[in-house]
Design a protein around this ligand. Sequence first.
Ligand code: URA
Length: 441
Amino acid sequence: MPLTEADLDLVWDTEKRAYAHPWSRGNFEDSLRSGYPAQMLVTPPLPGDNPLQLTASGHMLLGYWVAMAGVDEMHLLNIAVAPEHRRQGWGLVLLQALATHTLAQGHAWLWLEVRTGNTPAQCLYRRMGFLPVGLRKQYYPAGNGQRDEPEPAGPPAQAMNPPTVDPKTALHSLHLDERQRAMLAAMGTPVWWPEAITETAAEAKPAPPPPTPVRPAPAPEAAPVPTPAAAPAADPAIATLSWDALTEAIQSCQACGLCLGRQRAVPGMGNRQARWMIVGEAPGEQEDKQGLPFVGPAGQLLDAMLAAMGLTREADVYIANVIKCRPPHNRNPEPAEVAQCRPYLQRQIELVQPDLILALGRFAAQTLLAGVVPDVDKLPLGKLRGQVYRVDGRPVVVSYHPPYLLRSPADKGKTWADLCLAMDALGYNPLEKPTPAQPQT
Ligand code: URA
């Protein structure tokens, strides 16, 4: 129902409870007096509801939105779900009402801004088909009384094609015209989409021949001192191993000194037919104990990142590390160790045949992009992220290493931008997720 001045007290009270940086009452008044479209989502009251919290028409207020109509577009100015009614799907209902209103008014576009730190809202917008188009820096007030940190807390403007458009098509048909680009430029919002999606070097190579499952040669029985001899890359046995044989080869590997300190090697886990493959660096303490990747605190963060994309580690991704055994004291892997372990990862990629690889951290990025990006080992991670690379014809997106994000949470916003880039590159829409296959480790 329309939001009118009769309900401003209630709406403003809700606004103050909903946000750390709420709109002022004057913002609402100005919007209504200017004739901006504004709606409330309400429900009949339940016995016992506080009558002071009911709308003028005697309903319980669930949420509201205020927008502004532009030339060919609607701009969402404010949207909120009352805190006591969150996590019940009302945000989606409000957005649908807004989208319907937008279309009914003949507008082709719906714009909004969301803080990069507001992951639940971003997830919701993505599910609705919104596309991130840019990042507006140091605009919104931050908790410390200053402006938001340059990137992480700045809200990326998001654009939405009408929901009647097939989201798959929409993902490839967002072309901002000159006026829209000028508008974003005036707002200080550098646009990152779709120009940022570049395909680098390496042309698509023909698919590798189907693997012949062969058991690996058994590891030498007594090998107290590992010989870091020929890189396993040169060993064609690894390139043809079956899943079981590969797992066994990794678990019994003695190709470098890391085997001496390990409790358990960590081959990988997840869905072996996943569309997504996550590549990390090396096992840490917990991973070494459990023989599984990303099970420590960084793993919890990775799970949260996956959840924000509507994915789970068991059903939707295969997770592996560049290095399969824990380096002592979690030190950086050495080049020779990476070289020894790399063929295992290569074989995992060939077996999974993922549609996209997410490389988390410098070592994963450098390993996967070697030969694709010149001098990749000299480039910091910040220079490698923000693009979609092609490696053997497959998209690879680079982002921060979760353990680094635990130390530098301000970069989580950039990580979310990387995940959005990956979802766009894959044309992935969480709403169209196929039924997950059986998880395997
Ligand atoms: N845990 C892993 O398994 N890999 C990493 O890169 C970090 C933590």
